[in-house]
Write a protein that binds this ligand. Sequence first.
Ligand code: SAM
Ligand code: F3S
Length: 443
Amino acid sequence: MLTKLYIKTYGCQMNEYDSDKMADVLHACVGMVQTDKPEEADIMLFNTCSIREKAEEKVFSDLGRARALKQANPNLLIGVGGCVASQEGEAIVKRAPYVDVVFGPQTLHRLPQLIAARRASGRPQVDISFPEIEKFDHVPVSQTSHGTAFVSIMEGCSKYCTFCVVPYTRGEEVSRPFADVMREVESLAAQGVGEITLLGQNVNAYQGETEDGDTVDFAFLVQAVAALPGVQRLRYTTSHPREMSQRLIDLYATTPKLAAHLHLPVQSGSDRVLMAMKRGYTALEYKSIVRKLRAARPGISISSDFIVGFPGETEADFEATMRLIDEVGFDASFSFIFSPRPGTPAAEMADDTSEETKQARLSRLKARLQELDQQISETMWGSVQRVLVENISRKNAQELAGRTENNRVVNFAGSPGMLGRYVDVRILPGSAHTLRGELVMQP
Ligand code: SAM
Ligand code: F3S
């Protein structure tokens, strides 16, 4: 009988990617198949996130439910991976003794061995080490469908923003060798994958070693990937404003395959707060990067992440963020209330802003972002957009869902034969963030 694997993923795209790798590794080594029904599972994995307190609490309440399933099926094996695992380690097994394996983002490739060791020894196994680049060497090549794939190019982060746990849970920046990245992209392109997203916590800090021992930067990698004939559209996430080199910006003028959309987290519009966050740029410097990007690629859409209620954020600081939002005209963005994370410097900073004030600021900021998002959608009404057809529409099985260059989903009537291909659709007036369109032609 086939062993069934259920994976629950929390948090960011890095975790989505890692969950796919867990499934790949367990499929390749022990022939496990994935199920979306927890009650059918022989193995349940929780790929956790500790970026904010809420995400972390959710894991422990879900683990409680898994325990009930294990009582009904004592052979069920429960694993906890990701950033909570990385931070808590053995403490997870102490708090939840029914957990069988604990592994970090850098040890997911050792899952088959950890599971075997658990079965052989009858004891929970914990491995949350950071074995440098080993993970990249041990994960099987991705199999994808529908024309788009993520390719991990680096792991971890060495920026140590004062609010963030990532450098502690995922370790410092480690880049994947240049030739390995190229080989993976070439193999994806050969399978018909035309859209590639280069993935990492801080992709533009990439410093990849070449086979002759040189080091190449992110702009070099982007250029090399874009030069591959099978690659039609190229994205990357996430990048840091401090690493937006002029060479990288210039590529927006010379490389049409680079999508006209960039997620560039700014966090705040107040220089005082940016300094306390240790972001390494001012609001003016951020705006100057945006101006250069727009000079290189007119119409490029910029999305961002914002934190409100950072310790000591005053009304004036918050207004500076609101001004920056208007000045830049951000596209669909994410915003969060500051969540103190144990072990980070910001968790120790004095914070006298009330929860109510923070909630009110978040609502105002979200409302403004929403308005801008809608305005950008409206500018697209009537235009023809080239979209990659990624899926059957979630709401209507007769329709397809495609993704525009500026990362919006468009639903339109079409045939499943178009999946994984680029088609042109005209955007219908009246639609919001998820657009509606009609097929114009298949290029
Ligand atoms: N380079 C990373 C990225 O964007 O993928 C940034 C790390 S984090 C996964 C994504 C976002 O979460 C950050 O840009 C920040 O806005 C938010 N974030 C990180 N730590 C936070 C905290 N302690 N409280 C609230 N939001 C936080
Ligand atoms: Fe976190 Fe700052 Fe790195 S937000 S992931 S420490 S760039």
